[in-house]
Design a protein around this ligand. Structure first.
Ligand code: GLN
Length: 540
């Protein structure tokens, strides 16, 4: 078992996750079996209890794990399915050690960070790597070297290296800022951060230097000299046109040759043809559409990262650039103010929790429905679409979800029966991959090309089965249901070019070359919409 540890220095947000994913993809393109682990040094057991303002999107795995969004990057870049064990947090490690202390596993001993916590970390990493059967496991350490929280993790991986020198490689990502009017690339932050890493006992094998432009040769040699890394192991990672370009940039500098030589491993030449083809379709689109994403976490693009990626995958398939425009749903509340939606070719209402922003999303749904603008609703978006149809098509005034109005006369969206009495918040939603039967002849059936699908979930509420008949009579048909038929999973509005919504999150399974069918459907409909004469784009 080989490990590639990816650490970060200088500042956060350098794209360490993309570096880790890109290296993983490159190794995979050399015929190796690669897996990935993310270490998050916070005390939460998982990301499920954090809101997107804190942490970005909560990504959901097949097994129901609510994890860091970097696992989404790994799944997309490596085209693998991970389990929640691939996200190790301080919370999980401490919980396990404290549990062992209570059961007497360390009887007679003082339980300490070294060796008990560090041993637990090493065991977790090795077990996950072993279970995945990978030749090489990428382990990304969250945070920045020097943070108090990450110390036990760095100490643990230092020990792993000391125990098996030939099986571990360290990649350190840093920032090379440009200063002054002459635009000089500065290496000092990199030098300091490598010094900090060395003080912990870790010598990086490879340095990935982020910056706006490629590193100049003289800067590479300076970093090489001061940080004691061969010059061919100083890799430049300038700002990319798309994250999917990063593997190409790193490979052009011999990234995998260097890693494999260090491991003393042979591997076939890299086959990057599929990736290159996918990249080319992103970079050279033939048409462009505008899609509005109406949500409430719009300050951070990270909050809807899987949707953004799903649109890139769908766009690549259709040689279409999807211009995503984030709209704050609260801004739509002023009566009749649709200005932000004017001229868009499609509207997405993504998932969410809590009251704020819901009524604004309702405005967006109504606008899409009445003006025949292609629409996709996901999770909360599906529930909001259902409420909007109840209010404005069925005439059920004040229809709502009991999440937002427990006293509503028409609870068209209600708590899942098994959620009654659930008090604990962590990992208690309806989570992960669940089977869905898609009805023959529906739009969803056409897009998925099959009847039995599996998609990932994360919700506590659902369409109330008591109202289903009335909805279907009004043209809001539930074309996807759980196998026992009691759970509504997909809704489609009859007579609309594309008005589709799902209780599940199709964005989490979207991959390069295999886009989410419902996002693909939206982009296809948006392309169609963009070709309509201006006057026909608005019907009402
Ligand atoms: N708040 C809704 C629920 O719990 C929707 C959840 C979501 O969009 N992920 O059912």
């Amino acid at each position: 078992m080989k490990f590639v540890f990816v650490t970060g220095g200088v500042i956060s947000g350098l794209g360490k996750g993309i570096t880790a994913s890109s290296i993983g993809r490159l190794l995979k393109c050399r015929g190796l079996n690669v897996s990935a682990i993310k270490i998050d040094p916070y005390l939460n057991i998982d990301a499920g209890t954090m809101n997107p303002f804190e942490h970005g999107e909560v990504y959901v795995l097949d097994d129901g794990g609510e994890v860091d969004l970097d696992l989404g990057n790994y799944e997309r870049f490596l085209d693998i399915n991970l389990t929640s064990n691939h996200n190790i947090t301080t919370g999980k490690v401490y919980r396990s050690v404290i549990e062992k202390e209570r059961t007497g596993e360390y009887l007679g001993k003082t339980v300490q960070i070294i060796p008990h916590i560090t041993n637990e970390i090493k065991d977790c990493i090795r077990t996950v790597a072993e279970d995945s059967g990978a030749d090489i496991t990428i382990v990304e350490l969250g945070g920045t070297v020097g943070d108090i929280e990450s110390m036990p993790f760095l100490e643990a991986v230092r020990q792993m290296n000391a125990e098996n020198k030939n099986d571990c490689i360290f990649i350190h990502t840093t920032l090379v800022p440009v200063m002054g009017s002459v635009g000089e690339q500065k290496t000092k932050p990199t030098q300091h951060s490598v010094k900090e890493l060395r003080a912990i006992g870790i010598q990086p094998d490879i340095i990935v230097a982020r910056g706006t432009d490629p590193l100049e040769e003289s800067i590479k040699s300076k970093i090489s000299l001061f940080c004691d890394v061969p010059i061919e192991a100083v890799l430049s990672a300038p700002d990319a046109r798309t994250i999917y370009e990063v593997p190409m940039t790193l490979e052009a500098q011999g990234a995998t040759d260097h890693i494999l030589a260090k491991f003393g491993m042979g591997a076939p030449e890299a086959d990057l043809s599929d990736w290159g083809h996918f990249l080319q379709r992103i970079l050279e689109p033939k048409v462009e559409v505008r899609i509005a994403c109406v949500g409430k976490y719009i300050d951070l693009a990270d909050s809807y990262i899987s949707h953004t990626e799903a649109f890139i995958h769908a766009g690549a398939e259709l040689e279409t650039r999807v211009g995503l425009q984030f709209v704050d749903s609260d801004d739509l509340l002023a009566d009749g103010d649709h200005s932000q939606l004017q001229g868009v070719n499609g509207i997405l209402v993504p998932g969410g929790f809590g009251n704020r922003g819901v009524e604004g999303k309702m405005v967006a749904v109504r606008y899409a429905r009445e003006n025949r603008i292609p629409f996709l609703g996901v999770c909360l978006g599906f529930q909001v679409a259902t409420i909007e149809v109840a209010r404005n098509v069925l005439g059920l005034d004040d229809a709502n979800s009991t999440e937002f109005d427990p006293e509503t006369p028409y609870p068209v969206v209600d708590l899942l029966p098994e959620q009654r009495g659930v008090k604990r918040m962590g990992a208690t939603m309806r989570l992960g991959a669940q089977p869905i039967i898609v009805s023959n002849g529906s739009m969803a059936n056409e897009l998925y090309g099959k009847e039995l699908i599996t998609e990932r979930h994360r919700h506590r509420y659902e369409v109330n089965p008591k109202f289903v008949e009335r909805f279907e009579e009004a043209g809001w048909s539930f074309t996807g249901r759980s196998p026992d038929k009691v759970r509504m999973e997909i809704g489609e509005l009859e007579g609309h070019p594309y008005f589709v919504a799902s209780q599940f999150h199709p964005e989490f399974k979207s991959r390069p070359g295999d886009p989410s069918p419902l996002h693909l459907g939206l982009v296809m409909a948006a392309v169609e919409h963009s070709t309509l004469p201006r006057a026909r784009q608005r019907v009402v």
